[in-house]
Design a protein around this ligand. Sequence first.
Ligand code: NAP
Length: 311
Amino acid sequence: MSDREFDVLIIGGGPGGLACGQYSARAGRKTAILEEMACGGQTMIIDEIENYPGLGTISGFELSSAFESQAVKFGCEIIYATVEEIVKNEDKSFTVKTSDGDFKALAVVISTGAKHRNLGVPGEEKLRGHGVSYCATCDGPFFKGKKILVCGGGDSAVQEANYLTKLSDNITVCHRRDRFRAQSAVVKALEDTGKATFKMNHNVLSINGDSKVTSVTFLDKTKNEEYTEDFDAVFVFVGNEPQSQIVPFAELDKSGFIVTDNRMRTSVEGLYAVGDVRNTPFRQIVTAASDGAVAAHDASEYIDELKGNAY
Ligand code: NAP
């Protein structure tokens, strides 16, 4: 095999990709992860992770680094390049076209994760970076002691609001429904800080300000009333969009997540998907890591069959 040919190429170095890289390399498969920026994915920007089994509380940076060094230790290569196209060849192999030239592989694992969704209201785009943020760990410290609004009702919104209570006693969480989607333990942890107030059944209509966020206009759906309240910053956590555009030829669900079976196989032979980009009911670091291990195992068996080594 040339240095551009692999048994398994993994696209994306988040927890799913890194776990897959570790398992695949350890199983003796020539494996590489193609990563655009830095390994770790969205895990990198999480301040504290307290639900990864066996590790107590750990920062996202520490956990990502540990995943990466363990994959590398077993021989998985990390190649920094942007994937532009994936082509399935007639001989069943794949050509992965990147900013650093073409690579070939017998199996490809998509681990491209998901990117944050926008709220989609007036003012959001204009004030992005001027009080509108999508990352509490990155931008929270700029708003120490300030009045902060967090939008969203999932685990990310509630967990990140909890992080922001370390920086300000004045946190408001705004959710469009009357119940959180977030796990109850995550909600309770935020309530227990005593530093957050909740606007349930509220829509954000606009984020206001000329050069920085100064206020937010809401619709209180219970009272059917519009009103405006002063805020210094708005943190938006309203879910994620799957990064599945790179495999338009694979079956996607109606939200764009890649459809897999329980071995992480997609609709295309030799193509796997793991972690947040696939249609999984529960998106956690531990489930992404598990997906990675399962995909590596199945890809290894698939490669044995291709090479005629199956027993
Ligand atoms: P999510 O679970 O999809 O929640 C998105 C939230 O945003 C929902 O409450 C949704 O409201 C709301 N929303 C969506 N579009 C909106 C809009 N246009 N305007 C206002 N609100 C809107 O996303 P997530 O919180 O980012 O979590 C993603 C995945 O990661 C989940 O599977 C989650 O469990 C996981 N995660 C886990 C942890 C943890 O275990 N500690 C931490 C972070 C994330 P509705 O509820 O009305 O749909």
